[in-house]
Design a protein around this ligand. Sequence first.
Ligand code: PGA
Length: 247
Amino acid sequence: MKYIFGNWKMYLSHKEAVQLAVSIAKAAEGNKVKVALFPAFTTLHAVHLSVQDHAITLGAQDCSPHKSGAFTGDISADMLKESGCQYVLAGHSERRAIHGESSALVRAKAMAALEAGLTPVICVGENLSERESGHYLAVITSQVKESLPELMHSDRYIIAYEPVWAIGTGKVPTLAEISEVHKMIASLLDRDTSVPENASARTPVLYGGSVKVSNAEEIMETDYVDGVLVGGASLNAEEFSKIIQCA
Ligand code: PGA
């Protein structure tokens, strides 16, 4: 079963978020896919209440590495769980780049998520100069090794490969380039890479970066790709619904 996750970033008012979630929930009905939406913190609970009777789930975009305490402005994984979340993103490239989050911090956040009973979606991906220098596999390898709580094939977390240069740019790697990285990540997790597992994968590896209706189907059919993490296109009910339907 494919995963189709929508990262809403810092967009949508309360009303818009609820309306969009309800439209997406209806579109997801009867489709054999795992759909999760990642709204802003302030709309999480309202979105949760509006879709709780549907087969879609919820995630948050970040969490604190701490369980509780004097951390003004932060949100704990327990709070997210209580707001109806099942997933939380850890180490999205915008957090790594804009907030200077290291892989060590990403790992601490992922561990906090696991302790709260959430599934962390741990994001990795090279930037343009790392891609062009040809060192991208080494960069992604260290991100995976340093960000994951434990390096094993486990169903307790999900990995999202998102090349930074493909996020919000309309540029997408070739299918061969996507498959190369996904296969490498699968082998790092001791996953048997002799056959291109897809739906049966225990540690799902999703692709993210300029996924649209026009490329979603071929990306999801690519070897070692277990689903997609969609940004911009998940903010449009029609576009995201079509992506769900092509899985
Ligand atoms: P995009 O964003 O689909 O708009 O490129 C993906 C992401 O940031 O997760």
